[in-house]
Design a protein around this ligand. Structure first.
Ligand code: DC
Length: 235
């Protein structure tokens, strides 16, 4: 069973994919973390993210592993725990040109398919249903309005977690800055030549702007159940 969840930043796909994987007994695969890991490795090795050839070399050479930890997952880059380091603003700035690099995509897609071959995967990203796993049994395109996505990201950065019902007050200026960054990244991800963000023709579209986290997860779990032919209990 392969479940592909694509969508823009802040649509809630990471939290939803993690929860769906837990409820359905599948393995969660965060492909955005892979592109972030390549970007981090470039920064650590002093490679300019816009130097396509040097970045391609890093992508072929870097070791990216996922290690289960409690109810989460650690990201190990070249043998070192990089779970927090791949979420910094520096990495966020470097990751757009890195993920638009066709050689990087080729290396990451090969890695993702190797994970998929073991079966039982919920993978989330931008091109999972269109390029990586075009024959996934379940394909979802999860979106939300830019405003709803910016608010979620701002809450997350302030230490809140809307998926777990932990809201925190956020500064309006901080929220606006997140919104501007999101709109810029959306534009970049959707218009790049290599695997632009777009829904697969056969993806089920879910707009999460006005849905609770549990409602989103329930909808996806129902699609998995329909594909598998059996219900999954709530965790
Ligand atoms: O989902 P995220 O914010 O962690 O993704 C980080 C970057 O990687 C983002 O700029 C889009 C890119 N990405 C991609 O191009 N293809 C994927 N399958 C996943 C992420």
């Amino acid at each position: 069973m392969i479940v592909a969840i694509d969508g823009p930043s802040g649509s809630g796909k990471s939290s939803a994919a993690r929860a769906v994987a837990a409820r359905c007994g599948l393995t969660y695969l965060d492909t955005g973390a892979m592109y972030r890991s390549v970007a981090l490795a470039c920064l650590r090795r002093g490679v300019d993210p816009d130097d396509a050839e040097a970045v391609a070399g890093v992508a072929r050479d870097v070791r990216i592993e996922f290690a289960p930890a409690g109810d989460g997952q650690r990201v190990i880059v070249d043998g070192e725990d990089a779970t927090a380091a791949i979420r910094t603003p520096e990495v966020e700035r470097a990751v757009s040109p890195v993920s638009a690099n066709p050689s990087v995509r080729e290396a990451m897609v090969a890695l993702q398919r190797a994970y998929g071959e073991r079966g039982g995967v919920v993978a989330e990203g931008r091109d999972i249903g269109t390029v990586v796993f075009p024959s996934a049994e379940v394909k979802v395109f999860l979106s939300a309005s830019p405003e709803a996505r910016a608010r979620r990201r701002a809450v997350q950065r302030g230490g809140g977690d809307l998926a777990r019902g932990r809201d925190v007050p956020v500064d309006a200026a901080a929220e606006r800055a997140v919104l501007e960054d999101l709109v810029r990244r959306d534009e970049y991800d959707s218009t790049r030549e290599a695997s632009p963000l777009r829904p697969a023709k056969d993806a089920v579209r879910i707009d999460s702007s006005d849905l609770s986290f549990d409602e989103v997860v329930d909808r996806i779990v129902r699609l998995v159940e329909a594909a598998e032919g059996g219900p999954h209990e709530r965790a």
